[in-house]
Design a protein around this ligand. Sequence first.
Ligand SMILES: Nc1nc2c(ncn2[C@@H]2O[C@H](COP(=O)(O)OP(=O)(O)OP(=O)(O)O)[C@@H](O)[C@H]2O)c(=O)[nH]1
Ligand SMILES: [Mg+2]
Length: 460
Amino acid sequence: MLFNDDIAAIATPPGEGGIAIIRLSGSSVIEKVSRIFKPYNPEVDIKNKPGYTMTLGWILDDKGEYIDEVLVSIMRAPKSYTGEDVVEINCHGGILPARKCLEEVLNHGIRLAEPGEFTRRAFLNGRMDMSQVEAVIEIIRAKSEKSMKLALKQLKGEKKEDFNRLEDILTSINAAIEASIDFPDEVDEPDYAGLEENIKIVLDEVNKFIEAARRGEVYREGIKIVISGKPNVGKSSLLNLLLRKDKAIVTDIPGTTRDIVEDYLNINGIPVKIMDTAGIRETDDIVERIGVEKSGQAIKEADLVIFLLDVASGITEEDIRIYQGLNKEKVIVLVNKEDLAEKNISEEEIKKLFGGVRVIRGSVKEKTGLDELISAITEMVLEGKTDYDGEELIFNLRQQKALEKAREHLISVLDSLGQVPLDCTAVDVRGALEALGEITGKNIKEEIINRIFQDFCIGK
Ligand SMILES: Nc1nc2c(ncn2[C@@H]2O[C@H](COP(=O)(O)OP(=O)(O)OP(=O)(O)O)[C@@H](O)[C@H]2O)c(=O)[nH]1
Ligand SMILES: [Mg+2]
C-alpha cells in the first residue's frame, strides 16, 4: 500500500443534523482512536473488536474531559471503503461536536484528509476502477432518480467486465501484430480477415457505448424546455398543468406573462427545467417588450420548444412569424384549446406549414394530448430512437472523449489494415487500447487523477 498514513475528515456537511460523522482511514487508526475513546462498557476495547461492529462511548480529551458521546464503527482492511482500516465516529449532529472530536483525533498523529482522499485510496488499493470512482461523483450530483440509478450501475462496475474484454481483444491483436513485426521470419503474417473481424467487434461495442453515453447524458445533465407562442394561447396554463401547481398567473388578458417563469420537473426520469415565456407580439408596452426579448433569448438556449397555437384563433401571421424564428429540429407544435367548438386549424394547413415537425392536438383545460406531449418530448430528446434496445450509461465528458478517441483509432485500423506497414496499424491499435485504459484508469495520467479528485468533497 502506497499511502497508509492515517487520515481523518468530517464526512457530513456542515450545519446541524441528526448526527455528524468523522471518517478515518489508515493502518493505525483503530489504535489511535482507542486512546481517546472510552466505551460505556469498560470491558470493551475497540482494538480487539472485529470489523463491522459499533461501540457506544465517549471521546475524551488529553485531560480526561468528556468531549461528546459517540458511536464508533470499525471496518477492518481490506473490507472497507478505502481497503484500509477505517473508523467512523458518529457524534451528535452540529458543527461543534464534530469539530472538537476531529481536533482530538488530529492531536494523535492523524492528519486531515485531502478532498476525495478516501476514494483515492479505494482506487489505489484496487477497490474501484476509475469509472467507479467517477460514478461516486455522479451519485452525489445526480439530479433525478434515473440518473442516480445509472450512476449506481456504474459504481457496481457492471461495465468493467465489458471494458476488460475489449481490452483483452485489443491486447491480443496488438501482440499478434508486434510478433510479426519483431520476428518476421518465424511468425506468419497476421490473419488480416480475423483481425478485421475482431476490430469490428470492438468498434461495434465502442459505438454502443457512445450511443448509450449520449442517451445517458440527457439523464445526467437534464434539458431545458421553453413554452412559446403568441399571447393568450395557453402557455402559462400548460406550465401549471405540467408542474401540477399554479405557478404562473393565468388570465384571459393577452400579455399576462411578462417575465420568464421557470421551474423544475421530471419527465420520465429526465430532469427538466421548464420555462414559460411572455407571449411574443409587437407591443408598445415597455415592460412587455422586455419580456418578449427575454422570450427570444430563452428560445435560443432551449433544447426543446413547445410551440403553442390556439385552434379557435386559427394560425395567424403572428404565429407564422414566431414559428419561422424557431429551430425546426427542436420544436413540438401543440394545437391547444381543442375543447372549443370553434376550430380554425385544418389538417391541410398543418401539413403545409409544419411538414416534418411533430404536431399534437390537445386541450390544456381538459388535459387531453398531455400523454402524447410527454412521449413526444421523451422521444425527441432521446432522438426518436424508441426502438433503442441498449441501455443508457453515464459517462462524463472525459470518458466520452476517451470513447471517441478509441473509435477514431479503430476506424483508422479498419481503413488502413493491410494497406500500410504493420507498425502503423500497431500505433492505432495501441491508441485504442490506451483510450479504453483512460476510462478504466489503467492508463491514466497522474494529473488527470488529481483533477478528478479535486471534484470530491473532503471526507469522501
Ligand atoms: N378553452 C380553453 N381555454 C384555455 C385552454 N388553455 C388555456 N385557456 C385559457 O386561455 C387563456 C389564456 O391562458 P394563459 O395560460 O394565460 O395563456 P398564455 O399563453 O400564458 O398568455 P400570455 O401570458 O398572455 O402570453 C386563459 O383564460 C385560459 O384559461 C384550453 O385548453 N381550452
Ligand atoms: Mg402566460
